[in-house]
Write a protein that binds this ligand. Structure first.
Ligand code: HEC
Length: 123
């Protein structure tokens, strides 16, 4: 009897603990900094530390609204998931579909829209 009560109490405690831990929230700026900034630059200007003279193509400048407006959100998402070649772009842009979660990819699309201060091609 006592043991059952102890187990019930323990189960209750664990449930309370699970509730106390905040839901996994992604910090998209950290994700961007970690995976994208070395090429696209911290502020998105395409001037990350990885980009040297031997870099054959410049990473997209995300603050260039005219260029970024040529892409729909779906276009951006595809390039992030499948890499440059999937959109007839350079393989210097790696695919991230196996690395990032769907939530992170959606967050990055929104983050890039913030950097360009543009809405992109609709549809
Ligand atoms: C190793 C360097 C590198 C990293 C890391 C990188 N990119 Fe790129 N990215 C590039 C290059 C280079 C291009 C330009 C390809 C071209 O124009 O042919 C590009 C292009 C893009 C484009 C397409 C823009 C367009 O005009 O079609 C998007 C969107 C993009 N990157 C998003 C990201 C995101 C988001 C991340 C992080 C998850 C990231 N990139 C990480 C190098 C990189």
């Amino acid at each position: 009897m006592h043991l059952n009560r102890a187990i019930a109490a323990l189960a209750g405690l664990l449930a309370a603990l699970a509730l106390a831990v905040p839901a996994h929230a992604i910090d998209i700026e950290q994700v961007y900094k970690f995976y994208c900034a070395q090429c696209h630059g911290l502020t998105g200007k395409g001037d990350g530390p990885n980009v040297g003279a031997d870099f054959p193509v410049s990473p997209r400048n995300f603050t260039n609204a005219a260029e970024m407006n040529k892409l729909s959100d779906a276009d951006i998402k595809n390039v992030i998931l499948d890499g440059g070649p999937a959109a007839s772009k350079s393989p210097m842009m790696p695919p991230w579909g196996k690395t990032l979660t769907a939530e992170e990819v959606d967050g990055l699309v929104k983050h890039l829209r913030k950097l360009c201060k543009c809405k992109g091609k609709q549809g």
